[in-house]
Write a protein that binds this ligand. Structure first.
Ligand SMILES: Cc1ncc(COP(=O)(O)O)c(C=O)c1O
Length: 396
């Protein structure tokens, strides 16, 4: 847990990523921070202990390693403070617990990451908090859904699996007029390509599991709040006893150093794949905000500086067979793309999306939706792999 240091930052994003969060001369010039394993922190005398009169008091409240990462995230997000939690899912659920109370109403985008919906429909419901799902394209019309007890609006742009872009400034303006907190899952764009707090969001959430960690071997989430909402988040964190481990914090900070160039490659590869998919007659539609043909493209261009490397497409079926069989043939025809959950790592991945839990949005009717995480491989190899999978899915 850490609050922002006030260093001005005029540097470019990659310079910022290289320098953020840690000054090597705070620790003998070693270029990376120490990985401090701790629970207990000793006090030099009873009076200091009684006053809690030193920077570190107990490791649930932060260590030099976790602070280095929190400081870096504060700089990237422009946040007043950041907490680390054990997963991206926890980053969303803990933000909800920090700001919602029994009897409250929350507006949650219908294209939300699926496990968050499960949390809302089970635990939040048990605590007497009602989540209502709204159309990601709603914009300022979200006003019609507000009630006297609406306390939180959760956004995610682009939305999970279907990539709808939201008009975040319009939604935030309405929410603030109704005194509701605005949270955003910004994992796809990272604060390099979209800075939620600059667009009216109060609490920015990232699954650092994805691009910040970057190697598919760490689970972590960050929650970063603006000045108005930081104190409540910090108290919730203290009350719940949450903390990120020093080893994971070290790995995520290490990942951040190269995140800019990795994202450039993810983005370039994804755009090339998306354009290639768009030309194919066995693809009904490509869902990727950086494509001019995508419905949310204009808002994406207005607000975002770039695109993450995850996209989906609707596979044509010619009305011949059931969707899942066709999709499975496609996945089994891949060899460079791994079949697995998550994204943001170096390897390309594919899966078939199940949109059965959507309340407002209708899943595509023309065929199965396949999601691709486009990795760092040579894009010609990825396209050749996809080409073979299309051939395999069409055969037999
Ligand atoms: C948009 C989004 N947010 C949050 C998460 C959850 O992250 P984690 O896997 O670290 O729990 C995911 C995971 O896929 C995600 O896609």
């Amino acid at each position: 847990m850490s609050e922002i240091n006030d260093r001005p930052n005029a540097n470019g994003p990659n310079t910022q990523l290289v320098r953020a969060g840690y000054d090597p001369f705070d620790y003998h010039g070693f270029i990376n921070p120490p990985t401090v394993h701790a629970s207990t922190v000793l006090f030099p005398d009873a009076q200091t202990m009684a006053r809690h009169g030193q920077k570190y008091t107990y490791a649930t409240r932060g260590t030099p390693t976790t602070d280095a990462l929190c400081n870096a995230i504060n700089e990237l997000e422009g946040a007043a403070g950041t907490i680390l939690v054990p997963s991206g899912l926890a980053a969303v659920t803990i933000a909800f617990l920090a700001y919602l109370s029994p009897g409250d109403h929350a507006l949650v985008v219908d294209s939300v990451y699926g496990n968050v919906r499960h949390f809302c429909d089970t635990m939040l419901a048990r605590f007497g908090i009602e989540a209502e799902y709204y159309d990601p394209a709603i914009g300022a019309d979200i006003e019609t859904l507000f009630r006297g007890n609406t306390r939180l609006v959760h956004t995610e742009a682009p939305g999970s699996n279907t990539f709808e872009i939201q008009d975040i400034p319009a939604i935030a303006e309405v929410a603030h007029r109704h005194d509701a907190v605005v949270t955003m899952d910004n994992t796809w764009a990272t604060p390099l390509y979209f800075k939620p707090l600059d667009f009216g969001v109060d609490v920015s959430i990232q699954a650092s599991t994805k691009y910040p960690a970057g190697h598919a071997d760490v689970l972590m989430g960050t929650i970063s709040a603006n000045a108005k909402h930081w104190r409540q988040l910090k108290h919730a964190n203290g009350a719940l006893g949450l903390c990120g481990t020093p080893d994971d914090a070290y790995q995520v900070l290490r990942g951040l150093r190269t995140m800019g160039i990795r994202l450039e490659r993810h983005q370039a590869n994804a755009l090339a794949v998306a354009r290639w998919l768009e030309q194919r007659c066995d693809v009904v539609r490509v869902l990727f905000p950086a494509l001019e043909s995508f419905p949310g493209h204009e808002i994406w261009k207005r607000d975002f500086k770039g695109a993450g490397g995850v996209l989906s497409f609707v596979l044509a079926t010619d009305g011949r067979e059931d969707f899942s069989l066709r999709a499975q043939k496609f996945l089994d025809g891949l060899s460079l793309f791994g079949l697995g959950y998550s994204w943001g790592g170096y390897q390309s991945l594919a899966l078939v999306v199940d949109l059965g839990d959507r309340r407002v949005l209708r899943p595509p009717q023309e065929g199965p939706l396949v999601r691709l995480q486009i990795g760092l491989e040579d894009v010609g190899d990825l396209i050749a792999d996809l080409d073979r999978a299309f051939a395999a899915s069409a055969a037999a």
